[in-house]
Design a protein around this ligand. Structure first.
Ligand SMILES: Nc1ncnc2c1ncn2[C@@H]1O[C@H](COP(=O)(O)OP(=O)(O)O)[C@@H](O)[C@H]1O
Ligand SMILES: N[C@@H](CC(=O)OP(=O)(O)O)C(=O)O
Length: 393
């Protein structure tokens, strides 16, 4: 068994704050962010280990290395600095879990996944080099020697051993990469929900569990933004027909959801996916000309260069409209677009997708909402709506 562990709790967000402070060279914020990370982990390890346990000095050493890393001068490549710092979340969590498991009799070996998963240099969104990764995984994992390995999700490294990350929530994907190259019998992802539900329960109080779904349906749900599964996770599993179990660590006995072959049947309820904090952008040529293939190709090139993913797109004679995540780098995208196009945008909108929709489900969702844009296909209804409270009865 290979156990892939993510960072603990909200550590990745805390690491992002530390990175921000580091890049901006804000010493006060840096100290506050670091202390928050230290205190949070320290509280956990003090519950798991005695004061004189050798792991305690290992833990101090790990945190010291993080602090020393942020004493360096930041380079100009934000994404590179991000990966070097944020990856500590998984390094720390795996050391804690591995040492604790060993201490309670679950013999395991800690592995640095950066020796296994090799990627290109696309910091913050690195692409896996499958051939090299497969070779290194087989060189480092031998179930005849060791039955349980504990390693990091979310991170990898380049051929020069520089740390990279695979995109937020990327631990699911790491699990799938390892399952694929090891020809695993199955992959289980342990979450704080009973399985894949037909909506995020934090937002929709009537969410119900889906028992079984096919890979392609799960890909669709992940693509539209169902946060429970990282969109890239399914392909490596589907390619080798490895079933994915989504289970709850709050109650291991619960059956969870299984995602497998196409015979798994169709969805029998509508699935609601909400993407919050969106930006709705309208792009038009400056000279009142039509939106044609040439403009579209220029527009896509700008999005691709800025590495901004389009969540929804639509075009008319004079306008091309998109909905994107309102992320840190968006102002750069807007100014690039403005060089050649007239750009208008609407902040504070949300993108709601209803997969397997019915008239009643659309009614329930959009009643009382201001709809900015909509798109309907045979199986999927999508609405860009103005941000306002969601009230369900
Ligand atoms: N369709 C869905 N089914 C289940 N959970 C969902 C769904 N959409 C969003 N979520 C949210 O995903 C969370 C679990 O995914 P994630 O945050 O990646 O877990 P973890 O951080 O434990 O890996 C749940 O707490 C839930 O709020
Ligand atoms: N720690 C990373 C990777 C990850 O998968 O996280 P989580 O398992 O908490 O979704 C992140 O927060 O993005």
């Amino acid at each position: 068994m290979v156990v892939v562990v993510s960072a603990m709790g909200k550590t990745t967000n805390a690491m992002e704050k530390l990175t921000e402070a580091f890049v901006q060279q804000n010493p006060v914020q840096m100290k506050t962010s670091f202390e928050a990370i230290f205190d949070y982990h320290n509280q956990i390890v003090r519950k798991l280990f005695e004061k004189d346990d050798p792991f305690m000095s290992k833990f101090d050493q790990l945190l010291k290395t993080l602090w020393e890393r942020v004493q360096l001068n930041p380079g100009l490549n934000y994404d590179f600095e991000y990966d070097q710092i944020v990856s500590f979340g998984e390094i720390i969590s795996t050391h804690i879990v591995s040492a604790y498991a060993n201490s309670i009799g679950i013999a395991n070996q800690w592995l640095d996944v950066r020796h296994l998963i090799k990627t290109d240099e696309s910091y913050r969104d690195a692409n896996v080099n499958w051939d090299l990764s497969s070779q290194f995984v087989h060189d480092n994992i031998d179930f005849k020697q060791q039955q349980v390995y504990i390693t990091q999700g979310f991170i990898g490294s380049t051929i020069n051993n520089i740390t990279t990350t695979l995109g937020r929530e990327g631990s699911d994907y790491s699990g799938a990469v390892l399952a694929h190259v090891l020809n695993a019998d199955s992959l289980s992802i342990w979450k704080d929900v009973p399985g894949v539900l037909n909506a995020d329960p934090r937002w929709y109080p009537f969410a119900q569990k889906l028992k079984e779904i096919s890979y392609s349906e799960a890909v669709e749900l992940a693509y539209y933004g169902a946060q429970v599964i990282h969109p890239k996770t399914l392909k490596p599993l589907q390619n080798k027909n490895i079933p994915l179990f989504v289970k709850s660590f709050l109650d291991e006995e619960l059956e969870g959801t299984v995602i497998r072959t196409e015979e798994s049947g169709e969805l029998d309820v509508p699935v609601y996916i909400l993407k919050q904090d969106q930006l709705f952008i309208t792009i038009s040529p400056k000279d009142f000309s039509f939106i044609l293939e040439d403009n579209l190709s220029d527009i896509f090139a700008i999005f691709s260069r800025n590495r901004i993913k389009i969540n929804l797109m639509q075009n008319s004679a004079l306008n091309f409209t998109v909905c994107v995540n309102n992320v840190r780098d968006i102002s750069k995208l807007i100014s690039d677009l403005q060089k050649d196009f007239v750009v208008k945008y609407n902040e504070q909108v949300e993108l709601l997708t209803i997969r397997n929709y019915t008239d009643a489900s659309i009614q329930e969702m959009i009643q009382g909402k201001e709809v900015v844009d909509s798109q309907l296909s045979r199986k999927t209804a999508r609405f860009v709506v103005k941000e306002s409270a969601w009230l369900f009865h």
